[in-house]
Design a protein around this ligand. Structure first.
Ligand code: 5AD
Ligand code: SF4
Length: 438
């Protein structure tokens, strides 16, 4: 019987890392670890890192530095780095930060128990392979404990698109899809444990090919699971939005009317330099088709400003595209050169110009978000309660459109999915009241 130890995992970056952290914690559960929410009483600390932009990696190094005293007080404390920074800079991390005992890349999490044992034995353990065996099949079965009403479920990993700015194809590797049967099993298990909403995850989730019918086929099979009320998926590439998936948005009631469909920029010249393999016009046409299938769908996107060579005219084309689409919610970033990616070699736009463009874009995106939210007032939505709100008797959950909605509902429980009338729009959330029972 292994002794009881405490594990602290800190997760950076995307939802895929959130899912991976859960699976890592479960894998280390077999080594006697239970999770703690502070590093102070941990026997093992794992930072699950993100490499998508510069600051993400720098945060990791400064966080590691903060563990120096903890490790001095408790020499048995083991410190691990997982995720995309581990994959990209594993050996450098070991060199630059001697506090680190263990480095594990995203494709090797099933080997974590063995790596932990080596670290415990005093070795420096590093694994950044892209192994042949399927990681998810080799991870331990998921535990049976009940859990909250929403869950992530990774169905696809890696990316073959090679956008010129992006590290993902290098850190997560080539596209791999999990077989539909495994995904369905895992989904049924989650629903048995209380989950009512599942978000399917993949770096390029709509390129999923673990089902003959692609992602649409998987969503249709999932929709047959009793007790599973809502299905979402993220993140998608415009070129992989096939006819079946577009149609699914009109046909499968459990598929939520929300789509994160990054375009990155609105100028065809920049899109070409980014190696996006689509144009602004083809994207706009796609949006038209999606809206024809599901008119109320809420669209979300990602944007990069100041990509190498972006002129004021190019940037204006991004603003024009945004104005035409009308997004409900977006993420926008200044271009950040990533070592090893093609764009990093190009002449960069100066920082002040990037700042100015980001500010202008964000002002437009924010005004769109508010307009879309304001139009929700008076409408009826379903809200799946995720937790208690700050006020007594208040609950908070998500609508179909992924808006957070605060509702006065003293008799409700977490996991209830209830009809609500939206009464007000705040900067980043909505307020609503329970629709009176008939
Ligand atoms: N610089 C800035 N933003 C980036 N993204 C990806 N790589 C970079 C980079 N080098 C953004 C893209 C992507 C999101 C997850 O992060 O918009 O869609
Ligand atoms: Fe990166 Fe997404 Fe482009 Fe793949 S499709 S390279 S994950 S931005």
């Amino acid at each position: 019987m292994s002794q009881s130890r405490k594990l602290y995992i800190k997760t950076y970056g995307c939802q895929m890392n959130v899912y991976d952290s859960e699976r890592m914690a479960e894998a280390l559960g077999g080594q006697g670890y239970t999770q703690t929410d502070t590093p102070d009483d941990a026997d093992m600390i794992v930072l699950n890192t993100c490499h998508i932009r510069e600051k993400a990696a720098e945060k990791v190094y400064s966080e590691l530095g903060r563990f120096r005293q903890l490790k001095a007080d408790k020499p048995d404390l083991k410190i691990g780095v997982a995720g995309c920074v581990a994959q990209a800079e594993g050996e450098e991390i070991m060199r630059r930060q001697p506090l680190v005992d263990l480095v594990v890349g995203p494709q090797s999490y099933h080997r974590l128990p063995a790596l932990e044992a080596r670290a415990r034995a005093g070795e420096k353990a590093l694994d950044t392979d892209f192994p042949e065996e399927a990681k998810f099949d080799d991870l331990p079965a998921r535990p049976k404990a009940t859990r909250g009403p929403t869950a992530f479920l990774t169905v696809q990993e890696g990316c073959d698109k090679f956008c010129a700015f992006c590290v993902v194809p290098y850190t997560r590797g080539a596209e791999v899809s999990r077989p539909a049967a495994r995904v369905l099993d895992e989904a049924r298990g989650l629903v048995e444990r209380g989950v009512r909403e599942i978000t399917l995850l993949g770096q390029n989730v709509n390129a999923y090919h673990g089902h003959d019918g692609g992602l649409a086929g998987l969503v249709l099979d999932l929709s047959a699971i009793d007790g599973l009320e809502r299905i979402r998926y993220t993140t998608s590439h415009p070129n992989d939005m096939d006819d079946a998936l577009i149609a699914a948005h009109g046909e499968i009631g459990k598929l939520m009317p929300y789509l994160h469909l990054p375009v990155q920029a609105g100028s065809d010249r920049v899109l070409k330099a980014m190696n996006r393999k689509h144009t602004a016009e083809s994207y706009l046409h796609l949006i038209e088709r999606i809206r024809a299938a599901r008119p109320d769908i809420l669209l979300s996107g990602d944007f990069i400003v100041g990509f190498p060579g972006e002129t004021e005219e190019d940037f204006q084309a991004t603003l024009d595209l945004v104005a035409e689409v009308e997004y409900g919610q977006c993420y926008s970033f200044k271009y950040s050169p990533r070592p090893g990616t093609p764009a990093a070699e190009k002449a960069h736009v100066d920082e002040a110009t990037k700042d100015d463009r980001l500010q202008r874009l964000q002002a437009l995106l924010k005004s769109q978000q508010h307009a879309v939210q304001d139009r929700m007032v008076g409408r009826e939505v379903g809200v799946l309660f995720e937790k208690a709100g700050r006020e007594p008797g208040q609950m908070v959950g998500k609508s179909e459109y992924l808006h957070s909605v605060f509702v006065d509902a003293p008799n409700a429980r977490v996991g209830d999915l209830v009809p609500v009338t939206v009464t007000a729009s705040a900067p980043n959330s909505l307020a609503g009241r329970l629709r009176a029972a008939a």
